[in-house]
Structures are given as C-alpha cells and as structure tokens.
Write a protein that binds this ligand. Structure first.
Ligand SMILES: [Zn+2]
Length: 447
C-alpha cells in the first residue's frame, strides 16, 4: 500500500497546522488551523466573513490546494485539540471535503462553535465524537485510533492511523504530564505498545515547539503549585487582585477559581473567550466549577460585574480576565487603559499565569499592557506558568517509546526544528533519509 504524507501547514511556523496522510485510496487530514499572528497584524479583521483564498494568500490558513495532488478520498478530518492553530481553519476549509470531522468531546464542541460563528461558508460535515482509547475504521484496511495526551487544553489526543505498512503517529501538541490536574495522564503505555506491535511505527510527526529547550517540561501540577504560592502570599492583601491566563486552559482556570476561594475571595470569569471556553467545558461536564461562579462575556454584563465588585469592595473578589498576551481589546488591556469600572490602585496585584508567546506582535502588545497597568500602580506577577509542549527529554522518550522508521518535525520554523534535528540525529536518524525536515505544501512518499 502506498503511503504519502502531505505537509500542508505549520511546517514553517507555529500556526495553521494541517497534515494529510494518504494510505492507498484513503486520506485522513490531521488539523486545520489558523495562524493567529497573521490575523493579529491586521487590526479589526473579521475572519468570519472572509473567503478561504484571501486567508490562504495572507498566510492565515493552510494552503490546501496541494490536496488535489493526493490520489484518494478524504475519509476523516481529525483536529487533535481545541486550540485555534489546530481548529481555526475548519470553518473555512472543511466544507470542501466530503468527510466527517472526528474529534474528542471538548474539541468537537469548540469546532461546533467555530462553525456556528462562520458567516461565509456553510459547513455541513458530519461531526463524530470519539474519545481517547477508541478507534474507527478508515476504508477497508486502515484504522484510526486516539491516544490520550496532555497539553495546555483538556481533551487533547494524538491520532494514530494504523496501516498495513505500520502506524502513522501524529504527535501534535503535547507535554508528558503524569499529574495533569484535570483528565488522565499521558498514555505512554499505549505509545510503547504501538511502537512494538505489528509493523511498528512507520512515521512519527512531532510537535517541535520547545525542541530547542533542554530538560523536561514540568507538569501542570507544578504550575498549580506556583500559582498557589503566589495567591497564598497575597492572602492578607486588602486591595485588588486580578489574574489572567489562556482562556482555553481549563485546568489553570480551575486552579485560579479554587485558590481565589481559598483566600476568601469570590472568583469571577470576565471576557468573551473566558466565558466561551469555561462555559463550554462546564456544559459538557469536562470541568466543574462552583455553582455560583459568575462568567460574563458581553461588554454590558462585564461592566455590571465590575460595578458590583467596586460597590462591594475589590478585596472580596478575584477577577480572572482575558488579556494575557496584551490583546488590545481584551479585558485586562481595557482595565489598564482605564476603560472599565474597575479602578486599579497603587499596589494592586496583577497575576499573569501565562508566558508571552515569543512573537513580535504579542511582545509589543504585552509590553504596552504591562506599562499601562504599571502606570495605574499595579504590581505585576509574571510567568506563573509551565508550557504545554515537550522539551528535549520528552522528545527523546517519545522516540524511545515509538521507535519510528521515519520522523517529521512540525509546529515550528527552520530555526525551531534545529534542536529536534540534533536530537534525532544523535539517535541514529539521518536528514533526508529517515529524518525529513520539510516545508508547507510538500508531499513525501514513504512507501
Ligand atoms: Zn496546542
């Protein structure tokens, strides 16, 4: 059976991930993502109303025209987790394929919301929910399996396409977490089995986000402990404390909510995406929050919540808000600009449970946001965070578990791949032979 891999998007950048695997006549597409930085540079861009080809030209979504060079039928579109760089182009591209979208429950809910928000295209692909540990047939001879992994969003999986020539393991995005706060630990046992059963692993496509970083990515339990330490240290502070994190990071939001209550403050989630992700997680039972937890997304209800906080005393609340990257329209940035009823005083605390995504637009916006908050007297607690991506020792362990015949680094640019190439080379792989550094729009024939 012929096996081809089309590296469509996310092989020159962190963003707009898309990969297609052809096994004989059957094709499975992994991820259809958005390159957020290409959208952010254009202020006020309403992508919901834009045509796919314009977004492709901007570099905002994957250029899937290379799919016409693959000789087969798409049998499934498989987003690995709910981050926008993995699902954000589904509403623009999925309708071109007569195939179901297959995803884990939380991911599928977020995909549904993307499709509902889309105003240019009607996306009517069937939506199929599949949990980690489950499989589905692909054509007559292949099988799709979801392996549970851990990442900075709940319900992340690594899909595996089992073919007669061996398994194709799509390894985006994960860290090796044995104490993930919410959900099950990464299923390393299953990865080791896949590495040893049948024909073994034909190809492993790997998330190289942190491949240039030595050591091991700590668990979410470590981030939770850091956060606990910071919040506990503020227990006696009688002014305003505000926290921000990735809205989609449900485990982190849960920890924030818990620790706020522990120091006698009422947590409140504020901002459109805060309400969206936590609301969705709670609705499908993927997270549990206190019954009286307020979540407000619309401007008016947010302002009402802020007014209530000011009336009843800032010292009684801990608002968890959007704006960890200094996004201009996010809640924290608006607070910094003095555009909300919440008034910051000298000495008030702002906790960033996030790291600045190293990208010029983010860095500039975050700088500005911190300056504005500082001008109001706020004290900044930065980088109370651990990453959701493997570092070098995680990559080593994955290679050891899977023993793949071929490896394809992904989710980075050329410079970002270098650490991975180094590591894989030391494990006996050779560039151009079985270690394939590639770029967007290429097709690699493995068998
Ligand atoms: Zn991700």
């Amino acid at each position: 059976m012929e096996i081809e891999i089309a590296t469509i998007g996310g092989y020159e950048e962190v963003g707009r991930q898309m990969t297609a695997v052809r096994a004989g006549d059957d094709i499975v597409v992994f991820d259809m993502g958005l390159n957020l930085s290409q959208v952010l540079v254009h202020d006020n861009l309403q992508t919901e109303e834009m045509h796919s080809l314009d977004l492709i030209d901007m570099g905002a979504i994957p250029d899937d025209r290379v799919m016409s060079d693959l000789d087969g039928d798409v049998q499934a579109i498989v987003p690995t987790h709910g981050h926008l760089d993995h699902i954000g182009a589904i509403s623009k591209l999925a309708h071109r394929y007569d195939a179901p979208i297959v995803a884990a429950p939380f991911t599928l809910e977020l995909v549904k919301e993307e499709i509902q928000d889309e105003s240019k295209f009607l996306v009517e692909n069937e939506l199929i929910e599949m949990d980690a540990g489950e499989t589905m047939p692909i054509g007559d001879r292949c099988k799709l399996e979801f392996v549970n992994v851990t990442h900075s969003i709940i319900n992340a999986i690594n899909p595996v396409l089992h073919t007669p020539e061996g398994a194709i393991v799509y390894g985006l995005d994960k860290r090796m977490d044995h104490t993930p706060v919410i959900g099950d630990p990464i299923d390393m046992k299953r990865f080791r089995e896949i590495g040893r059963e049948g024909e073994g692993v034909l190809c492993y496509i790997e998330d190289c986000t942190n491949a240039n970083k030595k050591g091991r990515t700590p668990s979410e339990a470590v981030a939770r402990e850091q956060l606990h330490d910071v919040i506990q240290s503020l227990e006696d502070y009688d002014g305003g404390i505000v926290a921000t994190t990735f809205s989609s990071h449900i485990a982190r939001v849960t920890s924030l909510v818990e620790f706020a209550e522990e120091i006698g403050r009422q947590p409140v989630l504020l901002g459109r995406s805060m309400e969206k992700y936590s609301g969705t997680a709670e609705r499908i039972g993927a997270a549990s929050f206190p019954d009286d937890l307020g979540m407000y997304g619309h401007r008016k209800s947010v302002d009402r919540a802020f007014n209530r906080i000011m009336d009843e005393g800032k010292e009684n609340f801990l608002p968890v808000v959007t704006g960890h990257q200094g996004e201009p329209r996010a809640m924290l940035t608006r607070m910094g600009r003095g555009e909300t009823p919440y008034e910051l005083d000298d000495g008030d605390k702002v906790i960033f449970s996030a790291r600045v995504i190293p990208e010029p637009t983010n860095e500039g916006q975050r700088y500005q946001s911190e300056k504005l908050l500082g001008m109001q007297g706020a004290r900044i607690y930065d980088d109370v965070h651990v990453s959701g991506h493997l570092r070098q020792e995680g990559h080593y362990e994955m290679l050891d578990a899977l023993q793949p015949q071929h490896v394809i680094p992904a989710h980075q640019d050329m410079q970002g791949f270098s650490g991975y190439v180094d590591l894989a080379s030391k494990q006996g792989y050779k560039l151009g032979r079985d270690l394939h550094v590639t770029s967007n729009g290429n097709i690699l024939q493995l068998v």
